[in-house]
Design a protein around this ligand. Structure first.
Ligand SMILES: Nc1ncnc2c1ncn2[C@@H]1O[C@H](COP(=O)(O)OP(=O)(O)OP(=O)(O)O)[C@@H](O)[C@H]1O
Ligand SMILES: [Mg+2]
Length: 488
């Protein structure tokens, strides 16, 4: 089927047409190339071609607008859509309109050829054309950002839109995990059902099971009536399991059973209930590392991680900073704060920042400036002052003294203040002491081991703890041990 198959190739960029034509020729395809949407449509109407590879924007039209007509006229004709500068909406629209595959540019040529080949092998998705839920206008994009890193995220999202597959979203704090989970729900086939979120780090560990699965009357002290769990509340919709890395062991076992059998039992109950729930999990932790130290079940990990989505930190997508910042100023304005714009230099300064708190940190800064900055156009100097004050002013030499030259306690205090600030009005997830102590203990042990050249006996003595405790902590904190070598 591939030998001699005809590819209808549409892209208004001549050099892309040439590169793709040559590559498609090499795998034995014939190519009919065009730079216009209307010419593409004529070829399709005339019954030409076995597959379409098309750019979204062409001078005389938008290929996504053609897709419904193509599906109607030639339902078996697979369409691969390529797009530069696309937003999450492009991905969603491509998926909704029944594109076989959606590839944000720039893409890997080999990947495109693989898709062409598998589509031609007859694996083209059945022409299911689900009723498209009304999408938001460009003004109300659920996710902002067109950086290559985000385009990859949108591509995965597009492929998930009409499935119930379990998804695990990972990424540092404030990178948009919850936002992605909500978008998957709102644009997916369960959009009419409820979206129920539960944060494992925010609920006392002993209550998590009954929160999730509900409980029968008398199941534990204080259970005076039957309690409905989140699984039941999310019936027909999506259950968002946030901070899944903090889920206690027993709850993990129960959750695994639900994922395996599609049924759950309330705490203290016997009757199993069917769970008609789509699961999306999220965590800022490295689940593989938690598995290594025995805090997360490996079998559960594989059940949850059917489709992983990794959200990049903001510093890896500086291209998005300007769009995000303007978006947050617009939101602030809608909430009644004065209208503000950003000077070009201000945007450059924003791009230089390393954004430890990611999108949330940028959002909080924009809100603060919308409320406090007296100028209509926020100048670079104001941004600089804010960002320098936050990072402790190491580089600038003015304002607050930097981390270097301070006591350890003061440095920790500075970091903690910043951490609390990042959360604005809300509070960080529970379990703070453990997390902070862990952060301090890790370099403490790693550097001590380095100083003793990996000699654990000496390191234990130096630290003033017993050797078994040291071993245990090395395991738990996942510290690499190499004997006889200076580690850092
Ligand atoms: N791509 C984006 N476009 C617009 N807003 C975003 C984007 N990503 C994140 N945000 C905003 O940043 C804030 C943090 O996002 P969200 O709560 O989804 O992050 P998170 O990864 O779940 O963080 P945490 O790990 O702290 O729970 C939210 O107010 C969200 O609206
Ligand atoms: Mg979150």
């Amino acid at each position: 089927m591939i030998e001699g198959a005809t590819v209808l190739l549409a892209d208004d960029d001549r050099s892309i047409r040439m590169v793709l034509s040559r590559a498609l020729g090499r795998i034995g395809c014939r190519v009919r190339a065009t730079g216009s949407a209307s010419a593409l449509w004529r070829m399709i109407e005339d019954g030409e071609g076995d597959i379409v590879v098309t750019d979204v924007h062409m001078p005389d039209g938008d290929a996504l607008d053609l897709l419904p007509a193509i599906r109607k006229k030639r339902p078996d004709l697979p369409v691969i859509v390529m797009s530069a500068q696309s937003t999450v909406l492009t991905a969603i629209r491509a998926a909704e309109a029944g594109a076989y595959e959606y590839l944000p540019k720039p893409f890997d040529l080999k990947e495109l050829l693989d898709f062409v080949q598998s589509a031609l092998r007859g694996k083209a998705r059945a022409s299911e054309s689900p009723a498209a839920p009304p999408g938001p206008g460009d003004e109300n994009l659920p996710l902002i950002g067109r950086s290559p890193a985000m385009q990859e995220v949108y591509r995965i999202m597009a492929r998930l839109m009409h499935t119930d597959l379990t998804v695990t979203i990972t990424g540092a704090s404030g990178t948009g995990k919850e936002l992605v989970a909500r978008a998957l729900h709102n644009f997916g086939k369960r959009a009419r059902g409820p979206f129920v979120a539960i944060n494992m780090a925010a609920i006392p560990r002993e209550l998590i099971e009954s929160e999730l699965f509900g409980h029968e009357k008398g199941a534990f002290t204080g259970a005076t009536g039957r309690g409905i769990g989140r699984f039941e509340q999310a019936e027909g919709g999506t259950l968002f399991l946030d901070e899944i890395g903090d889920m206690p062991a027993e709850a993990q076992t129960r959750l695994l059973r639900v994922l395996q059998e599609g049924e759950f039992t309330a705490v203290g109950g016997r009757a199993a209930r069917r769970a008609d729930v789509r699961i999306i999990a999220a965590t800022h932790q490295d689940l593989r590392a938690l598995i290594d130290v025995g805090r997360f079940r490996e079998d559960l990990y594989y059940r949850l991680n059917v489709v992983p989505i990794r959200l990049p930190p903001l510093r890896q997508r500086v291209d998005d900073v300007a769009d995000l910042a303007r978006n947050f100023l617009r939101l602030a304005e809608r909430e009644g704060l004065p209208r503000k714009t950003l000077s070009g230099a201000a945007i450059d300064r924003l791009k230089q920042h390393s954004w430890p708190g990611n999108v949330r940190e940028l959002e909080n800064l924009m809100r603060r400036l919308a409320a406090l900055c007296p100028d209509d156009q926020i100048p670079a100097a104001v941004i600089d002052r804010e960002l320098t004050a936050q990072t402790g002013g190491d580089a600038a030499g003015d304002g607050e003294p930097g981390v270097t030259g301070r006591t350890l306690g003061a440095a920790v205090e500075l970091h903690l203040k910043r951490y609390f600030n990042l959360h604005g009005e809300s509070l960080p997830p529970a379990g703070l002491r453990e997390r902070v102590l862990r952060e301090v203990e890790l370099p403490l042990i790693a550097l001590t081991l380095s100083a003793t050249r990996g000699n654990q006996l000496k390191a234990a003595e130096l630290l003033g703890i017993n050797r078994n405790t040291l071993r245990k902590r090395i395991r738990e904190l996942d510290i690499p041990v190499t004997r006889g070598k200076k580690l850092m």
